[in-house]
Design a protein around this ligand. Structure first.
Ligand code: LLP
Length: 421
């Protein structure tokens, strides 16, 4: 069952009415479904079971402590890209020893924190970073476990801003450079190369790019072992797409089908770093209509969620389904709809959640649901226009728990007031 569904014209998350949550916690409000998160986590664990997978949930997709705690309790590891994300994992009760540390620009301080915390491995993105990790580890009298991030030069056929596995992207190293780095690493005693890492992009809706990428890694792993590196892990990154419009996504089992044979051929344990597929469709953003207005032929629905709450439409022109929280018109039904631009109160023409969107009749004061907002929603929110960030609620059946309170203007001003003269 879809965690978000209509019953008698009311939108529910599991067994909780969204309108009740909006009344209790206000809007804009992010609402997440616990069962949806756990179902996907289980589906991934099952789909890849043959290669003993370590699921490293990609914290960047949704880093709320309540969600991280839930995932840690259900056996998830984590993919972090900053000292801040590592701190979140640890505070939520996650294990550093089940976490990988990625990112193109790790600082010495972050590297040292990662080593001290005992991360499973660093995903190394450049030769300079390799040296930095070697130096920092030696300074601490430790041996740092690493995986080389390799750029397999495949086209993931996704939005150019979230495509990472092509030669011209800033991520990883091409195969030749990776081999040079591996030769160099063999003479750095404070480094132990135990894995190969790839992440080719995000919101990928076909399995083909993975098939091409995984094969390239198998060859590379053989060469790395010849150089004396004990490669145990093959980390295939994240990127599994979700359905924003209808059913454009492929089930995770299909990705597993093309990835698992390569991992077996490489004789490795699999790590994966899924983010969006776990959190994306497990969350919605709830807003309230403030005004409607017409300008020429255009109709605008001005509601209280803005680009600072959900920037994906402005940044990637991405599509999110939107529908009234209370509606007798079934979601997606086309008859009798009006066309609206759904916009927020921020002073920018780019502040929209949808353009020319067909919606049932709706009036000021009514609630809207913006679907598929659980990943790269709240984490990319800002305080632009001095707008406090939304509250977040985690639903488990008929129970709802606030996992982040709404910010206040005082929260926003505090760092300035602290030094105000
Ligand atoms: N691993 C690495 C190294 C990554 O860079 C990413 C995402 C992931 C894993 C998780 O990918 P996922 O499974 O979520 O596709 N803000 C953009 C998405 C940026 C993705 C960045 N990297 C958006 O809203 O679409």
């Amino acid at each position: 069952m879809d965690a978000f569904h209509y019953e008698g014209g009311h939108l529910f998350c599991e067994k909780t009415a969204i309108a009740d949550l909006a009344r209790t916690y206000g809007t804009p409000l992010y609402v997440y479904s616990q069962s949806s998160i756990l179902e996907t986590l289980r589906a991934l664990q099952t789909a890849f079971a043959e290669v003993d997978p370590l699921i490293c949930y990609s914290v960047k997709a949704n880093s709320n402590l309540g969600l991280l705690k839930l995932m840690a309790e259900h056996g998830s590891g984590f993919d972090v890209v900053s000292g801040g994300e590592l701190e979140r994992v640890v505070r939520a009760g996650g294990l550093a020893s089940r976490s990988v540390f990625a990112g193109v620009g790790k600082t010495d301080l972050e590297i040292a924190d990662g080593i001290r915390a005992g991360v499973l491995m660093f995903n190394v993105e450049s030769e300079e970073e390799l040296q930095a990790i070697g130096r920092v580890a030696a300074g601490l009298g430790r041996v740092a476990p690493i995986a080389l991030r390799v750029n397999p030069d495949v086209d993931p056929r996704t939005h150019r801003y979230i495509s990472t596995g092509k030669k011209e992207s800033k991520f990883g190293m091409d195969v030749e450079r990776a081999l040079r780095a591996a030769t160099e690493a063999a003479s750095i005693p404070s480094i132990r190369m135990i894995g190969v890492h790839m992440h080719i992009g995000s919101q990928i809706t076909s399995t083909e790019p993975y098939a091409g990428a995984v094969a390239k890694g198998v060859e590379l792993i053989a060469q790395l072992r010849k150089l004396g590196h004990p490669i145990e892990w093959y980390n295939m990154g994240g990127g599994y797409g979700i359905s924003y419009r209808g059913n454009e996504a492929r089930p995770v089992e299909e990705f597993a089908q093309v990835i698992v044979p390569g991992i077996k051929a490489a004789g490795c344990r699999l790590a994966i770093e899924p983010g969006r597929v776990i959190a994306g469709n497990a969350g919605i953003l709830v807003s309230r209509v403030i005004y409607t207005k017409q300008s020429g032929e255009k109709r605008f629905l001005i509601q209280d969620a803005a680009m600072n709450d959900l920037i994906r439409p402005a940044l990637y022109e991405s599509y999110h389904r939107i529908w009234p929280v209370e509606s007798n018109v079934p979601l997606g039904q086309e008859a009798g709809l009006q066309s609206w631009d759904v916009v927020g109160p921020v002073c920018e023409s780019g502040d929209f959640l949808a353009k020319d969107r067909e919606l049932p009749r709706i009036s000021p004061g009514e609630l809207l649901a913006v679907f598929s907002a659980g990943a790269y929603g709240m984490v990319m929110a800002s305080n632009y226009n001095t707008r406090p960030r939304a509250a977040e609620v985690l639903v488990d059946g008929a129970n709802a728990r606030l996992v982040r309170r709404r910010e206040t203007v005082d929260d926003l001003l505090r760092p300035e007031l602290d030094v105000f003269v």
